[in-house]
Design a protein around this ligand. Structure first.
Ligand code: NAD
Ligand code: UDP
Length: 338
């Protein structure tokens, strides 16, 4: 008789007569900004979490507080290479998200998105695990439809300097849908719009962290272009609530926008950061990078209808803890250097 192989090893515990399942969950990119907050949230929810990261932009400091938790494990691995761990759910978050970092080694960015997605989908197929892909509003490129709905196919330059990321994420979505249609893999796709909060790296290079760090150091605030381009900024706790609901809702095997629809110009953001930090920084202009999207705002009707989700934290409210975080990190770094 063929021996049955136990592929998934769910652990069960009993509490006041209730049977509680302890799900085993893999978070790729778990030492990064979003991934580390996700690990926290999943551990708080009673999961066994395996955090996988190659530490390109992530940092052990982001998960240091979890290292002694018996339900948390960290694995140094690059998702470009296959791996097999026994899990029930996979959150595929591994990929540099800041233009500065994803353009540093664009070929590697493509490999991370394409081969990483294939490796995670292959594992999900074998384990019959559910896999959620962190996609991005960048799949809409420089959008000609505003706000962006999931049904909009986007306006993306396939050969520009942002393409390694934009097209990489579009192929990751294609792979998710094809593994779903062809092999019945249980998939979720979240299109994340600009998200900010504590644990962004000081050298991340994205606009919120750049402006806060520049303001706290009383250095010039660098606006690229006119500063009239817009983004809609989502606080990290709101984003994770939406993603958690998406992962745990049945019948949603297509892309879902998660973001905050309140739209700001980059100049408005600079002025707000200067006001909130009480900074002496001046605003300076720098050249606008190639293919920088002119406007971006999520249509979140689908998330509202299917997940009962909408963001609760507005920009001023979310900037406060983010500024406090950077203030503390800069002070610690100065103390270490001195
Ligand atoms: P981040 O750079 O802080 O985190 C990315 C993490 O992935 C880092 O820990 C990094 O070391 C790791 N990583 C990168 N390449 C890897 C590889 N080949 N193998 C293993 N680990 C690797 O960025 P983030 O803001 O936390 O973004 C997380 C995910 O969310 C990314 O997939 C990103 O594309 C997506 N996303 C983020 C935003 C946002 O506004 N934060 C917006 C859209 C999409
Ligand atoms: N930006 C800026 N100054 C900076 C960093 C970014 O003016 O120091 C602009 C950038 O050109 C873009 C917007 O801010 O128009 C958002 O940039 P970010 O890299 O945060 O995200 P993305 O362009 O990927 O949405």
């Amino acid at each position: 008789m063929k021996r049955q192989i136990e592929r998934r090893v769910p652990q069960w515990s009993c509490w006041e007569g209730k049977i509680l399942s302890r799900k085993r969950i893999l978070v790729t990119g778990g030492a990064g900004f979003l991934g580390s907050h996700l690990c926290d949230r999943l551990i708080e929810g009673g999961a066994e979490v395996i955090c996988l990261d190659n530490f390109f932009t992530g940092n052990k400091r982001n998960v240091a507080h979890l290292l002694s938790n018996p339900h948390f494990e960290i694995v140094r691995h690059d998702i470009v290479h296959p791996i097999l761990v026994e899990v029930d759910q996979i959150y595929n978050f591994a990929c540099p998200a800041s233009p500065v970092h994803y353009q540093y080694n664009p070929v590697k960015t493509v490999k991370t998105n394409v081969m990483g997605a294939i490796n995670m989908l292959g594992m999900a197929k074998r384990l019959r695990a559910r896999v959620l892909q962190a996609s991005t509003s960048e799949v809409y490129g420089d959008p000609k439809v505003h706000p962006q709905t999931e049904s909009y196919w986007g306006h993306v330059n396939p050969i520009g300097i942002r393409s390694c990321y934009d097209e990489g994420k579009r192929i990751a979505e294609t792979l998710m849908m094809d593994y779903h249609r062809q092999n019945g893999v249980d998939i979720r796709i979240v299109r994340i719009f600009n998200t900010y909060g504590p644990r962004m790296a000081v050298n991340d290079g994205r606009v919120v962290s750049n402006f806060i760090v520049q303001a706290l150091r009383n250095e010039p605030i660098t606006i690229y272009g006119e500063g009239t381009q817009t983004r809609s900024f989502c606080y990290v706790s709101d984003l994770l609530e939406g993603i958690w609901r998406l992962m745990n809702t049945e019948g949603l095997a297509g892309p879902v926008n998660i973001g905050n629809p309140n739209e700001f110009t980059i100049r408005e953001l600079a002025e707000l950061v200067i006001e909130m930090t009480g900074s002496r920084s001046e605003i300076v202009r720098r050249p606008l990078p190639q293919d920088d999207p002119v406007q971006r705002q999520p249509d979140i009707s689908l998330a509202k209808a299917k997940l009962g989700w909408e963001p609760a934290v507005q920009l001023r409210e979310g900037l406060k803890p983010t500024i406090d975080y950077f203030d503390k990190v800069l002070a610690e770094d100065a103390a270490t250097a001195g």
